[in-house]
Write a protein that binds this ligand. Sequence first.
Ligand SMILES: NC(=O)c1ccc[n+]([C@@H]2O[C@H](COP(=O)([O-])OP(=O)(O)OC[C@H]3O[C@@H](n4cnc5c(N)ncnc54)[C@H](OP(=O)(O)O)[C@@H]3O)[C@@H](O)[C@H]2O)c1
Length: 309
Amino acid sequence: MRIVLVGCSGFVGRALVPGLLEAGHSLTLVSRAPQPLLGLQHPQLQRLQADPANPASWQQPALQQALAQAEAVVNLAGEPIAEKRWTPQHLQLLNSSRIDTTRALVAAMAALPEGQRPGVLINGSAIGYYGTSASQEFIETSPAGTDVLGRLCVAWEQEAHAAEALCRVVILRIGIVLGGDGGALGKMLPVFRMGFGGPIGDGQQWMSWISRSDLCQLISTALVDPAYSGVYNAVAPQPCNMAAFAAALGRCLGRPSLLPVPGPLLQLLLGDGAKVVLEGQKVLPKRLQEQGFAFRYGELSAALASATS
Ligand SMILES: NC(=O)c1ccc[n+]([C@@H]2O[C@H](COP(=O)([O-])OP(=O)(O)OC[C@H]3O[C@@H](n4cnc5c(N)ncnc54)[C@H](OP(=O)(O)O)[C@@H]3O)[C@@H](O)[C@H]2O)c1
């Protein structure tokens, strides 16, 4: 397949791009950076510099041509959620980097003549869609939360749903992605390796996780298998609470995991952004299981062993 990739130069993209190249696909990687931080050279990998949130970017002839020639689009663009305090300006960026990007991308797809439009759009979303809860379980049909991230995800998904008039659309509500070189685990690892790790906050919050390698496999599968359509919870079947996660990580590294990281300290550092790790949600991959998606790392200890090896 010829695939246009947006927002795929980061933590997920680093694993996704080599996997798609290995599978024989031809890729156009759209990035705001002149040289996206992937360090990859491959004859089937083309790079285009553009700000995908800006509709004018999609008027660039090279990008229009790439889109018109593509059979598929993957859009994971989004400013990192839990790295900075949520000032009004930063909140605006969290929203616009997802919602405006998806809107501009779908508009560019709609502007193509009918026979030239990509056949499938795989679009990111997040389990923050459901809001947070200590006790509820969430499946794809559960209602959206009304907090900041819930509202963001609803608006983000709405823009992706608009592409359903044009092509097959797959929306992935992504859980906490486990990989050793980034994301939440990448931040926890150095502390745990020094033996100072422990649960963050009271340890009772749910963590609905997915190994990065299973997420990439899911994206690869959904690209080529027309049975995939609509919204999916991209999480492993065994969510756990933070205390169990910290204990499993300690065991995996052969280090103690006793020192809790106090919630108020994180709140001081991250403001509302701390909410992402201090509160969680128990999300189940109902539709993926119904569809028979085979998780390679469906069990936490195996996912952690693979991510930290
Ligand atoms: N990692 C997780 O645990 C997790 C969990 C749930 C959902 N997700 C979602 O999955 C997607 C990919 O996650 P990731 O961990 O790979 O994220 P990441 O490493 O932060 O990469 C995000 C990508 O989005 C683009 N981006 C960042 N800021 C942007 C902005 N202001 N405007 C337009 N594009 C921007 C970047 O592309 P360029 O800099 O090349 O333009 C980058 O390739 C994100 O949308 C994220 O919200 C991730």
